[in-house]
Design a protein around this ligand. Structure first.
Ligand SMILES: C[S@@+](CC[C@H](N)C(=O)[O-])C[C@H]1O[C@@H](n2cnc3c(N)ncnc32)[C@H](O)[C@@H]1O
Length: 197
């Protein structure tokens, strides 16, 4: 069994589940720095459970996660994360429950020929413009947030950072960049959305 260690957390990896990478590390660091005692946090698309596990190891918070992939749900549970296997927010009671919702989405622009076989495709395939999961998340997250709630969303320059910022603004969030790093062919940023009162 392959395991990685990051920020006081030990995370088991699994076949057919996204292996934590630069995007995961950037989001985990931003999530820890925005976590406050007693917060109720939802991670959408938890994969191995990496970001949630780092949060739990470094902050006094309650975390619940979702993932559409059965392999990811099983892996995250083996890492001690409470997971609901579902599409995005389906299967969650709607209402203002969470203080913070985080997502490292599939963000790569993907044509039919570029799709990966099986469940792992959900880790990468952002639809033809890379924004399918991002747009769905931004449209729906507010419904599950308390009045002063926040979202943290990982976005790539390949997805269109300005486009997503504008989309978040239209959905009722004040937006700031709270993390960024350059990888080979893209820039990754973490967008913080504070729900407008
Ligand atoms: C880029 S991976 C990130 C995994 C993990 N959060 C990390 O940062 O290492 C995206 C994850 O989102 C999940 N996912 C994609 N679409 C989803 C959806 N509609 N509902 C729930 N999970 C989804 C994938 O199965 C995958 O585990």
């Amino acid at each position: 069994m392959v395991q990685i260690e990051y920020g006081n957390a030990h995370i088991r990896l699994a076949d057919k589940v996204y292996e934590p990478a630069e995007d995961s590390f950037l989001l985990a660091d931003a999530a820890v720095s925005h976590a406050r005692d007693g917060m109720r946090i939802l991670e959408v698309g938890t994969g191995t459970g990496f970001v949630s596990a780092v949060l739990k190891a470094n902050a006094n918070v309650e975390v619940v996660a979702t993932d559409i992939s059965p392999y990811a749900a099983r892996c995250a549970r083996s890492n001690g994360i409470e997971v609901i296997r579902t599409d995005m927010f389906r299967g969650l009671r709607s209402g203002p429950i969470f203080d913070l919702i985080i997502f490292n989405p599939p963000y790569l622009p993907t044509s039919d020929e570029e799709k990966v076989p099986g469940w792992l495709n959900y880790a990468f395939d952002g639809g033809i413009d890379g924004r399918a999961a991002v747009e769905c998340f931004v449209d729906e997250a507010g419904e599950y947030l308390v009045r002063t709630g926040m979202i943290l969303l990982l976005v790539s320059s390949l997805t269109g950072i300005e486009y997503v910022k504008t989309k978040m603004g239209s959905a009722g969030f004040d937006v700031n960049i709270v993390g960024r790093t350059r990888c080979f062919y893209e820039e990754l940023v973490v967008l913080l959305g504070n729900r407008r009162a």
